[in-house]
Design a protein around this ligand. Structure first.
Ligand code: 6GU
Length: 237
């Protein structure tokens, strides 16, 4: 998969793509991640990436011209109907549909070229959404100053699902949310730490018993913290 990130803060991504799963996937050439400074696509004297909103109001709005130019250089066209198949342009914005495991899975399965536009909280010219953007995504119901942290979240959630990224093929399937509920508790050595003991069932080697215990604990946690996942009203899974 090729990922192109368009941002006015390219330095933001300096270290975050150099660690852990994302680093491993890049080294294995499972994913290629390129960060592009939107300002590089400006042609005006002042290299302006944003401007005041028509109609008045606070804050600045990202201008359309450099974003159109960036998309044209990456995808060969600025009409989403004509994008190469397997390509999507995602705009990260609080107005988007909420990122869920099912959305990450859909993107991991269907896409080989992902272009991410990091919005600013104040806004982006609507002609970008109308003409260029195939998917508007938010990462949750809270305010971020920009789409950059959301881009890191989105890329991580997708890259770990790409075949070959994780050590064992089953490790993603066992994660929280892949099953639709939260994960069970985990323990490692020592079996007793400061008087706190690891549950006996995990030590006795009876795998059927262990699986039963894990399923029960996962359900308990989900009931307490994320009842919505069990009621199936979260629009997902
Ligand atoms: Cl994608 N962008 C911003 N600015 N705020 C958000 C968000 C995105 N997702 C949740 N809050």
């Amino acid at each position: 998969m090729k990922v192109d990130i368009l941002t006015i803060f390219p330095e933001f991504f300096g270290q975050v793509i150099e660690f852990g799963i994302i680093r491993r996937a890049r080294l294995a050439e499972i994913v290629e991640i390129n960060v592009h400074d939107i300002r590089k696509f400006t042609t005006d004297k002042h290299r302006m990436v944003d401007d005041r909103p028509f109609g008045g109001g606070d804050g600045m709005v990202l201008k359309p011209e450099p974003i159109f130019a960036a998309i044209e250089s990456l995808l060969g066209t600025s009409e989403k109907e004509n994008y190469p198949s397997g390509s999507r342009v995602v705009l990260l914005t609080p107005q988007g549909r909420q990122l869920k495991q099912s959305v990450a899975k859909e993107l991991a399965d269907e896409i080989n070229h992902l272009v991410i536009i990091c919005g600013r909280y104040e806004g982006i010219d609507e002609r970008v959404n109308e003409t260029l953007v195939t998917d508007e995504i938010s990462i949750g119901d809270y305010v971020l100053s920009g789409g950059e942290p959301a881009a890191v979240v989105l890329v991580d959630s997708i890259v770990r699902l790409l075949p070959g990224t994780l050590g064992s093929e089953t490790s993603a399937e066992n994660d929280s949310f892949s099953s639709g509920i939260l994960d069970h508790p985990h323990y490692t050595r020592p079996a007793e730490f400061r008087g706190m003991k690891v549950p006996d069932v995990l030590l006795n080697g009876n795998h059927a018993e262990i699986e039963k215990w894990r399923a029960k604990k996962a359900l308990e946690k989900t009931r307490i913290f994320r009842r919505d996942l069990l009621e199936g009203d979260n629009g997902d899974m």
